[in-house]
Design a protein around this ligand. Structure first.
Ligand code: ATP
Length: 236
């Protein structure tokens, strides 16, 4: 579904992504793990169109996304739940969800059905649908960010650090939601610092170090890899 070929992304003189190649097949959950500053978020931003690539190609079902602006990538089926969640603080939960379905605003029946589905996924959002999003807890904001991305009915969901800053019990809920999405057949590219949980849920994973892929393999295999264990799982 997604094929990334030798992608380079720079911020001025800083080369954050240095020729990364990887792929995500339909129905897979693929994880990217790596330390702070490895370039994980930058790579996701380049896929959804928030950062331009300076080299290489990003292909979605064979179509080069180079000249496709971010909003058109949503129409092509790519949605991102950003790091730091990015919910609109002064809009209610329901209004944030409606924004996620902006491309389908002329089809209110399907939009309401999608809202009902998200409220079933995260009942806390249903309880708080009229609350301003800025007053939600961190975990609730994360749920909202994921649901908002799902409102566009994506074929490929990009999840940037969904566990960041959350309490262990909430992290468990978020990963359960990812498992449920996986069972429903959604294709997911997941960036995480919680390497253990990410590798456990992923079919395959890539390790990104200072802008380069240094290791790739099945999620379970990387969980047992000595180098991964020492560097990312706090075990030897
Ligand atoms: P983290 O887990 O800490 O978010 P990351 O792996 O997602 O890390 P990126 O956020 O992609 O890493 O950052 C990669 C590199 O690019 C870092 O050196 C970072 O300082 C730099 N960088 C990121 N965003 C910008 C920006 N807007 N302007 C300049 N440099 C940036």
């Amino acid at each position: 579904m997604l094929k990334i070929e030798s992608v380079q992304v720079s911020y001025g003189a800083i080369e954050a992504v240095k020729g990364v190649s990887m792929e995500v097949r339909a129905g897979e959950v693929v994880a990217i793990i790596g330390a702070n500053g490895a370039g994980k978020s930058t790579l996701l931003k380049s896929i959804c169109g928030l950062e331009p690539v300076v080299g290489g190609r990003i292909l979605l079902d064979g179509e080069d996304l180079a000249r496709v602006p971010a909003h058109r990538r949503v129409a092509l089926g790519v949605a991102m739940s950003p790091e730091g969640r990015g919910v609109f603080a002064d809009q209610t939960v329901r209004e944030n969800l409606l924004l996620g379905a902006y491309g389908r605003r002329k089809d209110p029946v399907s939009v309401e059905a999608a809202i009902a589905r998200e409220f079933q996924r995260f009942p806390r959002l249903a309880e708080r649908q009229h609350q301003l999003s800025g007053t939600l807890s961190g975990g609730e904001q994360q749920m909202l960010a994921i649901s908002r991305a799902l409102m566009s009915e994506p074929r490929l969901l990009l999840l940037d650090e969904p566990s960041l800053g959350l309490a262990p019990l909430i992290i468990k809920d978020i990963f359960e939601a990812i498992r449920q999405l996986r069972r429903s057949g959604l294709t997911i590219l997941l960036v995480e610092q919680m390497a253990r949980q990410a590798l456990a849920v992923a079919d395959r994973a890539y390790v990104l170090e200072t802008g380069r892929i240094t290791l790739e393999g099945a999620g379970r295999a990387l969980l047992d890899d000595a180098k991964v264990r020492a560097a990312y799982l706090g075990a030897h």
